[in-house]
Design a binder for this molecule. Structure first.
Ligand SMILES: [Zn+2]
Ligand SMILES: [Zn+2]
Length: 210
């Protein structure tokens, strides 16, 4: 039986997805939240860390947590360059919410560098995480970043990172590198049908039209 534990960082979420005692962590929150995230993860036998994308508010604790539990960090190869600099994939925004979020993010993005985990694996469309104890599949969702991914757990729980967000209401992510791509990714998610959607930012909802 799958359980989902949402951990709220600053404005962002990360999630422990467990089947009994075994668990994976989807995103890691930012540095300031390390102790809070580790305290929750300590309760499980952690098997894998998955990064929906390599932005600091999702990936900043990955290297440290990977060492703590002796487990790999999974991300898409196309996001690897973001460990060097977030400028490799500049962000734009739409709408008032997007403008505010982008304004707040830009300064931090400029001054933050995420440590690349030594123990890492690349994941891509359709990869199966069963060998890490959770029946889940990777979905490629380019748009917010080139290497953004989602995790579809048992066709029930859908983790979408920043491809969609729920700052005020659920919709296409307000920040994007590629607008056309993020719209197509949102469409791809909608077509998955009935799921609970877990966002990088905001409260979970049912899957719907974005
Ligand atoms: Zn992001
Ligand atoms: Zn984010």
């Amino acid at each position: 039986m799958i359980t989902v534990k949402r951990i709220k960082g600053g404005t962002d979420n990360c999630y422990i997805v467990a089947d009994g005692n075994q668990a994976i962590l989807i995103d890691t929150a930012g540095k300031a939240c390390f102790d809070m995230v580790a305290e929750e993860c300590d309760k499980y036998k952690m098997k894998l860390i998955v990064l929906t994308h390599v932005h600091f508010d999702h990936a900043e604790n990955a290297a440290e947590l990977s060492k703590r539990y002796g487990i790999p960090v999974a991300y898409h190869k196309k996001d690897e360059e973001l460990f060097e600099s977030f400028d490799k994939q500049p962000l734009k925004s739409y709408g008032l919410v997007g403008l505010v979020v982008l304004g707040l993010s830009k300064k931090v993005l400029r001054n933050t560098k995420v440590e690349q985990p030594e123990d890492h694996i690349y994941v891509a469309e359709g990869d199966d995480l069963s060998s890490y104890g959770i029946k889940a599949k990777i979905i490629e969702l380019p748009g917010h970043t080139h290497g953004s991914i989602g995790v579809d757990v048992e066709g029930e729980h859908l983790f979408v990172g920043d491809e969609l967000d729920n700052w005020i209401r659920p919709g296409v992510g307000h920040l994007y590198n590629d607008l056309e791509a993020i719209r197509q990714s949102a469409d791809k998610l909608r077509h998955l049908g009935d799921r609970t959607v877990y966002y990088g930012h905001g409260d979970p909802t049912k899957n719907e039209k974005y």
